[in-house]
Write a new protein. Structure first.
Length: 275
């Protein structure tokens, strides 16, 4: 397999891409690509302009005096959910692990992290049911990138990113999912309070337990996939799915699980990270 950006401890050392001196070598090799990519530069595309991180003067920004999720009434699902999503968007970092099931098949796994202060603004790992490993990145100064075991000659800069690239190679992979809840959820109701235990994830993210409000309802979203035959990211429309969402007492999402009518389903665990 071609050299790629860093992976997680989840993969053995002899099969996962190496980390040593990767950033220097990668930036040198890709400098020309990043320079000539028309209209790209250091800009990072998102699904739309409204998805950009708020500034300090934005009413939804971290300096705002408007209501936060911790001050909202959990019995008002729409308000509580909207404020919770805003807090994730304003958070300095997040780490999410997830599983995917299709019918009764064994679940496949992935994870994503958003750490603007690190060498990768966003990193997303996924292994398909066929064992194809896919690595997606948002690299400061270069933009969206992808590597995979099959379908690509090596690390590839997405200088003309599609809608699927924009969603799967940036923090919108997580923020877009939560935004879909706010925009499309119907019949949302508070079921009660319960303990949610998140299993250990990658990158030394340990298990944790949270007291959370459980909500249920129906919403529409999209799920990401990768086609090794063409080496392309794709989005799968999920027009209707039943979901369960757990928000902790501070208003932070801790788990989101949904199942579509055809049996396709995903579960996302939102792990606590150091500020």
């Amino acid at each position: 397999m071609s050299t790629s950006l860093p992976s997680t401890e989840q993969e053995p050392e002899d099969t996962a891409p190496g980390r040593a001196d990767w950033l220097l070598s990668l930036l040198v090799a890709l400098a020309c690509l990043a320079t000539v990519a028309s209209g790209w530069g250091v800009a990072r595309l998102t699904l739309d302009e409204d998805a950009a991180a708020p500034s300090a003067t934005d009413p939804g920004g971290p300096e705002s005096s408007v209501m936060r999720a911790v001050d909202a009434d959990p019995s008002d699902p729409e308000v509580f959910l909207e404020l919770a999503v805003r807090e994730v968007r304003n958070a300095p970092a997040f780490h999410v692990s997830y599983t995917r099931t299709v019918g009764g098949e064994e679940p496949v796994r992935g994870w994503a992290r958003h750490e603007p202060a690190s060498d990768t603004t966003f990193e997303h790992y996924f292994e398909s049911a066929d064992g194809v490993r896919v690595y997606r990145y948002d690299l400061p100064g270069t933009g969206f990138m992808i590597n995979a075991d099959q379908g690509l000659p090596g690390m590839t800069v997405l200088d003309l990113p599609t809608r699927a690239d924009q969603r799967l190679c940036s923090e919108e992979f997580v923020l877009g999912l939560l935004g879909d809840l706010v925009d499309t959820a119907t019949g949302v109701e508070l079921l009660g309070t319960e303990e949610v235990r998140l299993p250990e994830s990658t990158r030394e993210v340990g298990a944790s337990t949270h007291t959370a409000y459980r909500y249920a309802g129906t919403f529409a979203t999209v799920a990401g996939d990768y086609l090794p035959e063409t080496g392309r990211n794709v989005l799968i429309e999920v027009p209707e799915a039943r979901f369960d969402l757990w928000l902790d007492e501070s208003g932070h999402p801790r788990r989101l699980a949904y199942t579509a009518l055809n049996g396709f389903g995903e579960t996302y665990d939102f792990h606590p990270v150091d500020p």
